[in-house]
Design a protein around this ligand. Structure first.
Ligand code: PMP
Length: 411
């Protein structure tokens, strides 16, 4: 113990990571269900902790603190117990699992759906399984695809991967055209890209894929619940869900609970059910999680006001930033990235927001984004009040040095 060369490797690798400003530190934040987006920092309960307003949560609509969702989880625990008790094939499928899969298939207008233990696993397991199914698959993957998609694509033996430039349809077409005609092809992309907050042209991407006989795989993780008349994502909003072969999503962000899923044709889903290792060989989601997710999806589908309120709050926040001269990346989505451009400065601003202002915004550094494009990623939601927005805007003006800059300009 301790003498193996791997331990020395870890020590020196960690030193490098620290030197490059990439060392990851957890921030202990206890969400207060009745005061979202207020959290207790440093302790589970007041008075030991300190109130912090969180600006970087992915529970975009606050569904995780919605009383009816929490109650559904509690009722399921009372009725069925705490865990699932097995894998999906070994006594771990409850009627709740089947109901949620049917609900998600219906949400996306697909024949069938399949639950996974997380969005990460749904991408990794589905892509790896599809791309190892027949010989010669080529996966055309957007340069900014999420790590979970990359893991699935890289893990697929016998397939190859062609990366196309981010949201660049001309580049995708050139690469599709250059590929051999008679091999199976898949275009894998996202709708809302979470770090830049930009949105793919799903209809045009699917049209290109069709032209070259390719299937399409769309990650709607940052869009489900938020976009479209029923929260079916950007594909629903744009009226093109029927053109996408496989739509993947999470239950952990817009739906506020936990778990991942894919939807598609009944045969494709049946195949994944029988062949995807990451689906078969793991204990299924506990009934409490499935019941809460089912309650959440049903509410989110019918309550358009949640989406409308979120976008109203996003617009209100952008208006404040603009008025105060705080730069932000203009995005067509709900994500508001504040460019900082330096890893140390980004970490420092995030730390000072927390320690001096009681505000939490995650610093996004390399390798999540390219060096030189470090940023704070803010996700205003339905519960961020005008006062919270004023506080955040004023803090950013100070910490980004904008007040000093203005004084210099005025002099
Ligand atoms: N896809 C994308 C684009 C993501 O950003 C994430 C998580 N941040 C995932 C998939 C994984 O989803 P989950 O958190 O449910 O594992």
């Amino acid at each position: 113990m301790g003498g193996h060369p791997f331990y020395r490797f870890c020590r020196s690798a960690l030193q490098d990571i620290r030197q490059q400003g990439r060392y990851r530190q957890f921030t202990p934040l206890a969400r207060q269900a009745d005061r979202y987006p207020v959290y207790e920092y440093g302790a589970v309960r007041p008075p030991e902790g300190r109130d912090v307003v969180v600006w970087s949560a992915n529970d975009y609509l606050g569904m995780g603190v919605e009383p009816a969702v929490a109650e559904a989880a509690i009722a399921a625990i009372r009725e069925h117990g705490a865990g699932a008790g097995g894998t999906r094939n070994i006594a771990g499928t409850s009627p709740l699992h089947a109901a949620l899969e049917a609900e998600l298939a219906d949400l996306h207008g697909k024949e069938a759906g399949l639950l996974f233990v997380s969005g990460y696993v749904s991408n990794q397991a589905s892509l790896q399984t599809i791309l190892t199914s027949m010989p010669g698959w080529i996966c055309f993957s957007d340069r900014q695809n999420h790590a979970s998609m990359i893991a699935g694509i890289k893990g697929a033996r016998g397939s190859s991967c062609v990366i196309f430039e981010h949201n660049d349809l001309a580049d995708l077409e050139a690469k599709l055209a250059a590929a051999p005609r008679d091999v199976p092809k898949l275009v894998a992309f996202e709708s809302v890209y979470s770090m830049d907050g930009d949105i793919a042209d799903i209809g045009a991407t699917c049209a290109l894929a069709r032209k070259y006989g390719a299937m399409t795989y769309l990650d709607e993780v940052h869009a489900v619940g938020l976009y479209g008349p029923q929260g079916g994502g950007v594909a629903e909003r744009d009226g093109v869900a029927d053109q996408v072969d496989i739509i993947e999503g999470t239950l952990a962000k817009g739906f506020g609970v936990h778990g991942g899923y894919v939807t598609g044709s009944a045969e494709l889903i049946d195949y994944l059910r029988c062949a995807a290792s990451g689906f078969i060989f793991t204990t299924s989601l506990p009934p409490s999680v499935v019941a809460a997710a089912l309650a959440s999806v049903r509410m989110v589908r019918k309550d358009a006001w949640r989406r409308e309120r979120m976008f109203e709050r996003v617009a209100a926040f952008r208006a404040r930033l603009t008025a105060a001269g705080v730069p932000f990346m203009p995005t067509p989505s709900h994500i508001v990235p504040i460019p900082v451009g330096d890893a140390d400065r980004c970490m420092d601003i995030s730390r000072r927001l927390l320690s001096e202002y009681g505000l939490y915004a995650t610093p996004i550094n390399y390798p999540t984004v390219p060096r030189g494009t470090e940023r704070l990623r803010l996700t205003p939601g339905p519960f961020h009040t005008d006062e919270m927005m004023d506080e955040m805007t004023a803090a950013l003006v100070t910490l980004l040095g904008l007040s000093d800059q203005r004084k210099v300009e005025a002099a």
